[in-house]
Design a protein around this ligand. Sequence first.
Ligand code: 0O2
Length: 231
Amino acid sequence: MDREKKEILQEFIGIDNENNEDIMEKMEKFSELMILYNCAVREVRTKFEVLNEELSFRAGRNPIESISSRIKKPFSIAEKLKRRGFEPKVEAIPEHLNDVAGIRVVCSFIDDIYRVADMLAKQDDITVVEVKDYIKKPKLNGYRSYHMIVEVPVFFSDCKHITRVEIQLRTVAMDFWASLEHSMKYKKESADRPDIAAELKSCAETIAATDARMLAIRKRIEALQPEEQQG
Ligand code: 0O2
C-alpha cells in the first residue's frame, strides 16, 4: 500500500492519536455500520427479485437479467470523504456518502429499467432521495445508466435505521460498455488520448441505437400476439 493510502486509512481509524480502546470502539462502530449497509442491500435486492418473479410470471419473460451488489471498501470510503472535504470519520459516513451500499440491476430492455424503477419508487417503505437519468441525458463520455439513491428502513433488535442505497439500472448492452470502459480507465497510458475517448463514445452511441432497435423489435413481436399474451 502506498504512503498516501496508508495515511488516509490511519486518519480514518485514528491510529496516530488514540489509545487502543478508542480504536476498538471505532472499529466496532464501523463494523456495525457495514452490517447495516449489508442488510439494506439485501432488503432492496429482495424487492427487485420479487418484482422480477412477478413480472416474469405475468409477461413470460424476465425484465431483470441480473442483480449484483457491493459494499464500498474502507479505503474508498475514507478517500471519498476526504476528496469531498469532510473529515474521514466513521460518524461522517451516513450523512455524507450515498453510495456505500450499491446495487446494480441489469435489465433486458430500456423500458424495463423505467418500469422496475417506478415500481420500486412506489413501494411505501422506500423514499427516493435522488434520481440521475444518464439514459435520457448521457454523460459526455457516453456513459448511460439510471441512478437512484433510495432510503430503506432496516429493523435491528431495538431500533429502525433508515439507510441509503445507491441503485444503478442499465441494460445488458450499457453494462457491457460501462464495465469495459471502467476497467480501461485505470490504464494510465490512455488517460490523455482524445482519439480513444471519441472511439469509446462512438461505441456507446452504437450500443444505445442497438438497445432502441431491440426494444422496437420486441414491441413489433408483441403486437403480433393476442392481447392477453402481451407483457
Ligand atoms: P464504484 O467503484 O463503481 O462504486 P454521488 O455519489 O452521487 O455523490 P457521483 O459519485 O459523481 O456522486 O455519482 P454518479 O455520477 O451517480 O456516479 C456514481 C457511480 O456511477 C460510479 O461509482 C460508477 O459506478 C458509475 N459511473 C458514473 N460515471 C461513470 C462513467 O463515466 N463510466 C463508468 N464505467 N461508470 C460510471 P464510483 O464512485 O466511480 O465507483
